[in-house]
Ligand binder design. Structure first.
Ligand code: BTN
Length: 258
C-alpha cells in the first residue's frame, strides 16, 4: 500500500488471494493477539458474509473485501458507532476521490443515489463491560459493471464506484484502501479522544434516511414513520404517526419513501 500514511492502520497487512471471509480470518488473528490496525484484504471470498446471515457478492478482483482489527476501550453498546464512523469515513473518502455524492444509509450501508455501493459488518468479542476487539468488515463494489450484479439477490439496487464516478477517473482499489485507512485512522483517534458528538453531526449531514418516511424491521416488529434524527448514541429516531418518537439502535430498512 504505497500511499499509506498511517501509524497503525494497515501496518500489519494480510493479503490473500482467496479466503472464506476476511472477517473470519481477522477474528482468528485478533484472538491470537494481532495488534490494532491489522488489516486483512482478499482478492476473492468464497463465503463473504453480510448482515443477518446474508451472503456478500465477492466477485474476484472487482471489489474490495477487507477487515480491520480495532481494540477500542468502549462499552459494547457503542460498537454500532464504529460501524457508522466507518460508513461516514468511507462515504467522505469516495466523495473526495471521485466527485460523487455517497451517503450513509443507517445502520451499515454506503449508497450513491440510493443504490448500495458498500456494506459494513462489525463483529466484536465482548467482555462484560468492554469490547476486547472489534473487527470491521468492509465490502466495496469497485469495478463491477451492471452485468456483475445479474446473478445475485439484493435487497435494493447495487452499484459500483466505476458505474458512478466520472468516466475519466482512474480508479484503483489500492488507492481507495490507502486513502480510506489514512482518513479512518484520524477519524478513529478523534472518536476515541473526543467522543461521538461531532461524528453524530457529520452523520446527520451525510445520512440518506433523515427526512424520509421509512419502515424499519427490528426483527421483533416493523416500525413505520418519519426518520427525524439520530440519538446521541447513534440510534435512528423515528416519529410515529401519533407523534411519539421511537429510538431504533439496529434494524433493517425495508422501505424508504423520499
Ligand atoms: C452488509 O451489507 O450486510 C455487510 C457486508 C459486509 C461485507 C464485507 S466483505 C469483507 C468482510 N468479510 C465478510 O465476510 N464480510 C465483510
Amino acid at each position: 500500500l504505497s500511499l499509506l500514511a498511517t501509524e497503525n492502520m494497515g501496518r500489519s497487512y494480510h493479503y490473500c488471494y482467496e479466503v472464506g471471509s476476511t472477517n473470519d480470518l481477522a477474528v482468528s488473528l485478533a484472538l491470537d493477539g494481532a495488534p490494532e490496525g491489522t488489516c486483512v484484504v482478499a482478492e476473492a471470498q468464497t463465503k463473504g458474509r453480510g448482515r443477518l446471515g446474508r451472503s456478500w457478492l465477492s466477485v474476484p478482483g472487482k471489489g474490495i473485501y477487507m477487515s480491520v482489527i480495532l481494540r477500542p476501550d468502549i462499552p459494547p453498546r457503542q460498537v454500532p458507532q464504529l460501524t457508522l464512523l466507518t460508513g461516514i469515513v468511507l462515504a467522505a473518502t469516495l466523495n473526495v476521490m471521485y466527485d460523487i455524492d455517497a451517503r450513509v444509509k443507517w445502520p451499515n450501508d454506503v449508497v450513491i443515489k440510493g443504490k448500495k455501493v458498500a456494506g459494513i459488518l462489525a463483529e466484536s468479542q465482548i467482555e462484560p463491560q468492554r469490547a476486547r476487539f472489534v473487527v470491521i468488515g468492509i465490502g466495496i463494489n469497485v469495478h463491477h459493471g451492471q452485468e456483475d450484479f445479474s446473478g445475485g439477490t439484493f435487497r435494493y439496487p447495487p452499484t459500483s464506484v466505476t458505474l458512478e464516478a466520472p468516466k475519466d477517473r482512474k480508479i484503483t482499489r489500492q488507492h481507495i484502501v490507502s486513502n480510506f485507512l489514512n482518513n479512518f485512522e484520524k477519524a478513529y483517534k478523534n472518536y476515541l479522544s473526543e467522543g461521538w458528538e461531532i461524528w453524530s453531526e457529520k452523520l446527520k449531514a451525510m445520512s440518506m434516511l433523515l427526512g424520509c418516511q421509512v419502515v424499519i424491521d427490528t426483527g421483533e416488529e416493523k416500525i413505520a414513520g418519519f426518520a427525524c434524527d439520530f440519538s446521541p448514541e447513534g440510534s435512528l429516531v423515528i416519529q410515529l404517526p401519533d407523534g411519539e418518537k421511537r429510538k431504533v439502535l439496529a434494524g433493517d430498512v425495508v422501505h424508504v419513501y423520499p
